[in-house]
Design a protein around this ligand. Structure first.
Ligand code: SAM
Ligand code: SF4
Length: 464
């Protein structure tokens, strides 16, 4: 292992060497690895590294089938829904792919007041959302953390009718250990930060200015978050900046590092592909575009390697791609998203990148139901303290179906009663009936039926 001062625990030389000198595995070896994967305990990173080199269509198909098997066995048909909440598009960084970059002088800048945050949340809650991802540029300097914490307090204290936001995940610039401690005290769910690219020379090129240009400070953010006691962290790669094979090998090194140091890997992995962004020319022409076929391979490999880690996808992808991505292992999607501060209550400010999917949450839910997936707004684990290693104890095939499916059904029922259109309600009720049959315990099934009745009678927020 060759580690340098600049690249920390991401050993670039070993990755270059592996990609230049390793042949794809033989059919027999692939079959052995996939048989191991079907035991639902994950495979070794060495096995993943081998599968990453598979290019043959037929062999790729067997990888997809295995990922689909794992997804169904462990997660069943649940899909967790959330909405991003952009609170500020001010930024002193100059990330060449992002519309918020400091050199984009045309962008209309805004930071929401707490009153505006409340309005945004009222709009999201009125659509049926229960989970938000708070997102911000890095332009508020010293006051950034105080502001973020006030936003979190405002969000948790906003109620509309029967609804409220029950979990706030956060995607903001990295903090010191002390800063992360304060974020934890504010009761965040997951702290998310994407390395964007693990490839040091590319990282330096695409982050030419501002604090984010420090590769190592960004890379070690999750170490500081863990040290501060945050045990649900989300990592990610912005696909299109560099060779996806390098990125996946480096991501595995990142996970290995966290497991070694803290006994625990990431709670989620996000897989955004670069979207076109006004004022960020690179975003229209990414240097290493990831094809749909490669994208499916990435999702399948992640599902096989870390079966209990959530995979997050934006709704930007086409319906066909989304259906395939769900089948391969995506477990969370955003819905009804806006990427400009104030976008839900129609304030006028610049967006981060353009969305291809402008559908409402109800339209997304109807669509998801038609594919046979059950939308979930569940936040039970986090609220019962089942995070970090405690969540991992629960993350066993039978147990996920035993706890998560009933909670998905009750939170979806709340959506149907309080927010759905007639068409979605009819489709959703039929799906709930069908899904009750998949709960693997008579006792839990009866408890769930009782909970569904209590929701019809006006009770809310019932979970196992
Ligand atoms: N400012 C913080 C940061 O950069 O880590 C957090 C917020 S930033 C808006 C969230 C994420 O947006 C980035 O990590 C990046 O991956 C993603 N992003 C930026 N430009 C994008 C684009 N053109 N298409 C898709 N995702 C993009
Ligand atoms: Fe700022 Fe984040 Fe956009 Fe970079 S990706 S310009 S840090 S908001």
């Amino acid at each position: 292992m060759v580690l340098t001062k600049e690249t920390g625990f991401i050993d670039h030389e070993s990755i270059y060497d592996y990609l230049a000198n390793t042949k794809p595995p033989e059919k027999k070896e692939i079959e052995e690895i996939l048989a191991h994967a079907r035991e639902l305990k994950g495979i070794s990173f060495e096995e993943t590294e081998k599968l990453l080199l598979v290019e043959d269509d037929e062999q790729l198909e067997t990888i997809f089938e295995t990922a689909n098997y794992i997804k169904n066995e462990i997660y069943g048909k649940r899909l967790v829904l959330f909405a991003p909440l952009y609170v500020s598009n001010l930024c002193k960084n100059d990330c060449v792919y992002c519309g918020f970059r400091v050199s984009n002088r045309k962008l209309k800048r805004a930071t929401l007041t707490l009153e505006q945050v409340k309005k945004e949340i009222e709009s999201l809650v009125s659509q049926g959302h229960k989970r938000v991802l708070l997102v911000s540029g890095e332009g508020l300097g010293e006051s950034a953390l105080d502001y973020t914490i006030k936003c979190i307090e405002t969000i948790y204290s906003t109620k509309v009718g029967n609804g409220e936001i029950r979990r706030i995940n956060v995607n903001i610039a990295p903090l010191s250990v002390e800063g992360f401690k304060r974020l934890k005290e504010a009761k965040i769910g997951t702290y998310q930060l994407f390395q964007e690219t693990y490839h040091y020379p590319t990282y330096k090129k695409v982050h030419p200015g501002g604090p984010k240009s420090d590769y190592l400070y960004h890379l070690t953010a999750m170490d500081r978050a863990f040290k501060a006691g945050i045990d649900d962290v989300g990592i990610g790669i912005l696909f299109g900046l560099y060779d996806y094979r390098f990125e996946i090998l480096a991501l595995l090194q990142h996970i290995k590092h966290l497991e070694k140091e803290f006994g625990l890997g990431p709670h989620t992995i996000s897989v955004p592909r670069i979207e076109p962004a006004d004022g960020a020319p690179l975003s229209y022409n990414p240097p290493f575009p990831v094809s749909d076929r490669e994208f499916k391979k990435i999702i399948a490999l992640l599902r096989i390697t870390v079966p209990y880690t959530g995979i997050i996808l934006s709704t930007r992808e086409t319906p066909k791609m989304r259906r395939e991505a769900f089948a391969l292992g995506v477990s969370q999607i955003s819905a009804g998203s806006r990427t400009n501060p104030g976008g839900y209550s129609s304030e006028d400010s610049g967006e981060q990148f353009s969305l291809g999917d402008h559908r409402t949450i109800d339209e997304v839910i109807y669509d998801v139901c038609k594919f046979g997936y059950i939308p979930s707004f569940c936040t039970a684990c986090y609220r019962l303290g089942r995070t970090g290693l405690d969540f991992m104890d629960l993350a066993k095939p039978g147990l996920i179906k035993l706890y998560c499916l009933p909670n998905a059904l009750t939170t979806f029922k709340e959506y149907l009663v309080d927010y759905a259109s007639d068409e979605t309600r009819k489709t959703g009720e039929k799906l709930i009936e069908k899904m009750l049959g998949e709960i693997p315990s008579k006792k839990v099934k009866q408890k769930t039926i009782n909970a569904l009745k209590r929701i019809e009678n006006g009770e809310r927020d019932i979970y196992l």
